[in-house]
Each structure stands twice: as structure tokens, then as C-alpha cells.
Design a protein around this ligand. Structure first.
Ligand code: DGL
Length: 277
């Protein structure tokens, strides 16, 4: 049998858990001819409260599993891992193209903001590293970037508690103090791939005229452009139904149950392969 051409290989995507499925959802919609392999490192979630060296090590191990299965492009569907490991992974796995979610998220924020005052909600690790502030300033040097770490959002999202009293109370606890003192904020960036599922709760807390953006759609656009410019786009044309392989490092039943909310379609437990890193 002849070797598959690079453009016929799948795209690898990873996150610490189910959060990156919000990115995968956009990718499946935007690139229906592509195949994907998604890895959720559920055994070691959360990444957001861990130190940078640990996250770099975890990210490299997760990426290696995907690279060993042969992929044509790697997507880091985790802001925390992107913040600390995007350059490292691009070096280690060169010439494989590597796309993170922070630049696309920053682009979406700059596009949406009129006042230039942007509030980034993210994990502790992402906020500490300042990667969003740098990425936004690279596009819009005069922007006023504020950031708040919201670690409980990851737990709520993983628990499927995406709306209702508890989610709303937590959202208020994180957002009210910032919005009360910084009324000029007109754009809120969901700088963690776990956060988009919390939009219903956030919409009750955030003033209506504040634009809420995440990096999922812009990441899918960046990937589409990259595939095209590197002649890596699949030649299969549109195929019927998603062509996605799902891997998890722990608890496939939980991954299936909670992941369905993030991916926007049911996931059967036997679709998920358990892997050890
Ligand atoms: N989904 C990850 C991100 O985008 C963070 C969740 C975690 O803390 O592992 O930052």
C-alpha cells in the first residue's frame, strides 16, 4: 500500500479535557472534508492551576501521542498550553505546523472592541503568563487589557453546571468587581476553551453591550487558511458526518457525557479510546 500524502492525513487537536471540543466543533463545521484526532488529557486536568514547566511537559506528551499517529497539523485547543508551550511544540515537532488558540482569540477581541478596553477571562496559568496581553498589544498597541483568572469556571464546565444559580453566582464573584470599576470594558474574551459553554450564565452577568468572544471560530479560520496556503487541505471533498477519532487519558464515560455539551452532538462511550501518555 502506498504511503498517504500529507494532505490526506488527519489534523491533531488536544486540550487538558473536554474544553477543546468547543474548538473541534467549529473545526468540524468549517472543514467538513477533514479528519480529526482529538486528545483530552482528562487524567491530568486542570492544566490551568499548574506551573509552566509541568504544562509544557504535559503538552509535549499529549502532542507526541497525536504526532505518532501521523497528523498533518497540530492544534493546541487549550489556552493554558498555548500560552506556555506553542513555541516549544513548534520547535520539537518542526516542520509540523502548530496552531495555538491565543493569537486567534486576540484577533477576535481586537476585531470586536470599539473602546479598546478588553477583559480576558482565563485560567490562572494563562493570566500569569500575560500571553493574551502581548497578543492583543501586537495587534492593537493602545488597547487596555485587563485579565481575571476564573479557575472555578473550569470545574463548573467539566461538571456540566453551565447555567443556573451556581454558575451565575461564580460568574458574579469573578466579574462584578472588575466591571464595577472598569465600565469602559466593551469586549470580554473567553480565554479558556472550557468557558464558551458558560455563555448562558455569563449573559446574565455581563451588560448587553459587552461583546463576548472566544477563539474557536477564529482558530478554525486560521487553520483553514494555513491548510490552504501549505497545500495541506484534504482532497476528499465534503464527507458525510464528522470524521473524528476521540482519545482520552482517563474516564471515557465522563468524557462522553460532559463532552457532548461542548461538542454539540452526542458522543458514545465506545467512540472513545483510552490512552496512556
Ligand atoms: N481548556 C484549558 C484552557 O483553554 C484550561 C482548562 C484547564 O485548566 O485545564 O486554558
Amino acid at each position: 500500500m502506498s504511503e498517504p500524502q500529507p494532505r490526506d492525513l488527519p489534523i491533531g487537536v488536544f486540550d487538558s479535557g473536554v474544553g477543546g471540543l468547543t474548538v473541534l466543533r467549529e473545526l468540524e463545521a468549517r472543514l467538513p472534508g477533514e479528519r480529526f484526532i482529538y486528545l483530552g488529557d482528562t487524567a491530568r486536568l486542570p492544566y490551568g492551576t499548574k506551573g509552566p514547566q509541568t504544562v509544557v511537559r504535559y503538552a509535549e506528551q499529549a502532542a507526541r501521542v497525536l504526532v505518532q499517529r501521523r497528523i498533518k497539523l497540530l492544534i493546541i485547543a487549550c489556552n493554558t498550553a498555548t500560552a506556555v508551550a506553542v513555541d516549544h511544540l513548534a520547535n520539537v515537532f518542526a516542520p509540523l505546523p502548530v496552531v495555538g488558540v491565543i493569537d486567534p482569540g486576540a484577533a477576535a477581541a481586537c476585531e470586536a472592541s470599539r473602546s479598546g478596553t478588553i477583559l480576558v477571562l482565563a485560567t490562572e496559568g494563562t493570566v500569569k503568563g500575560g500571553a493574551y496581553t502581548r497578543a492583543i498589544h501586537a495587534r492593537r498597541p493602545a488597547a487596555h487589557v485587563l485579565a481575571a483568572s476564573c479557575p472555578l469556571f473550569v470545574a463548573l464546565a467539566e461538571e456540566g453546571l453551565v447555567e443556573g444559580e451556581i454558575a451565575e453566582l461564580v460568574a458574579r464573584r469573578y466579574l462584578d468587581p472588575v466591571l464595577a470599576t472598569q465600565p469602559q470594558v466593551d469586549t470580554l474574551v473567553l480565554g479558556c476553551t472550557h468557558f464558551p459553554v458558560l455563555r448562558p450564565a455569563l449573559s446574565r452577568v455581563v451588560p448587553r453591550d459587552v461583546e463576548v468572544v472566544d477563539s474557536a471560530a477564529t482558530t478554525a479560520t486560521v487553520v483553514a487558511e494555513r491548510l490552504n496556503s501549505q497545500t495541506l487541505d484534504s482532497r476528499r471533498g465534503q464527507v458525510r458526518g464528522p470524521q473524528t477519532q476521540l482519545l482520552a487519558t482517563d474516564a471515557p464515560d465522563r468524557f462522553a457525557r460532559v463532552g457532548a455539551v461542548f461538542l454539540g452532538r452526542p458522543i458514545a462511550v465506545d467512540e472513545i479510546e483510552l490512552v496512556d501518555l
